[in-house]
Design a protein around this ligand. Structure first.
Ligand code: SF4
Length: 294
């Protein structure tokens, strides 16, 4: 079993001290996300010179700036487009993207769809706090029905985007969702996502006491964590209840956030197909040249 690295060693080994402290508000979940990703990297024994990060704009997208590794802090919603280019230019890199629900699914939704359907070998850590935190608390497409945002002062009337269901439907190789206050499961999922040679989405429900919490009278982090507990259910339990439960039990879990691993499959990705295509074209070219006697 790998030795568990303590927090101080983790900071010394992986963080850029000149960039600290972080911009995160008290009670924000994003610091835990950094911790989990670095622990996953450490436990996998990855060489940080062969890891590169990419992000768009938003609180979570500031994360690569704190990490002592190469990173791209890009334009709003475009992290996956840049990350795809990065991976294509250097397939040996482990490419990890930090994005938020507003950045990655609102503004960058189209890039998300296409990166997932191409099954590009990238690991996406999507910090879902149900709101645009950095830019003023506007309504995000993940916001629960009825929730309050600066652009929805009377309550959200739109159904929420289920990011994991979308990624799964698009054929992403690895898809998981965990609340940020579960420490071990996210680390395990991040490791599994990095090891899977395909598109990996790890959605972490990360509390934003400042924008989402304050607007929704859940400004204390323990209130948000309790809300996560009360509104989430393991995907296995959800499916069991929906198959064998009584109508009353089904009604109690309907609408809860399902958490867990939704998909973990080994399937051919974009780069493998691209390599095969190149090999085929070279072989066809060689055969044509040989036939023409050149
Ligand atoms: S605004 Fe929200 S998401 Fe951004 S740092 Fe503060 S608590 Fe975190």
């Amino acid at each position: 079993m790998t030795d568990i690295i303590d927090g101080e060693k983790l900071r010394q080994k992986y963080l850029r001290k000149g960039m600290l402290p972080t911009i995160f508000c008290a009670g924000c979940g994003h610091g835990s996300a950094i911790d989990y990703v670095l622990r996953a990297i450490d436990e996998l024994g990855l060489d940080m010179d062969k890891v590169a990060f990419a992000s768009g704009i938003g609180c979570s997208s500031r994360i690569p700036g704190y990490l002592n590794a190469d990173g791209l802090h890009t334009t709003h919603g475009r992290a996956l487009a840049f990350a795809t280019g990065l991976k294509a230019a250097n397939p040996d890199l482990t490419v990890i993207v930090f994005t938020g629900d507003g950045d990655g699914i609102g503004i960058g939704g189209n890039h998300f769809i296409h990166a997932a359907r191409r099954n590009i070998d990238i690991t996406v850590i999507l910090l879902n706090n149900f709101i645009y935190g950095m830019t003023g608390g506007q309504l995000a497409p993940t916001a629960p029905l009825g929730s309050i945002a600066s652009t929805a002062p009377y309550g959200n009337i739109e159904d929420a985007f289920n990011i994991c269901e979308l990624a799964k439907a698009l054929g992403a190789a690895y898809v998981a969702r965990w609340p940020i206050h579960y420490p071990y499961q996210p680390i395990k999922s991040i490791k599994e996502g990095i090891m899977n040679k395909g598109f990996a989405l790890i959605e972490l429900m990360s509390p934003c006491p400042t924008a989402f919490g304050r607007n929704n009278k859940m400004g204390d982090v323990d209130v948000l964590w309790r809300w996560y507990e009360e509104h989430s259910i393991l995907v296995e339990d959800y499916e069991r209840i929906m198959t064998y439960g009584t109508e009353e039990e089904k009604e109690m879990v309907r609408g809860k956030f399902q958490i867990g691993v939704f998909q973990n499959v080994r399937k051919e990705g974009f780069f493998e197909r691209n390599d095969r295509l190149i090999q085929r074209l070279i072989a066809e070219d060689d055969a044509r040249w040989a036939k023409e006697g050149k």
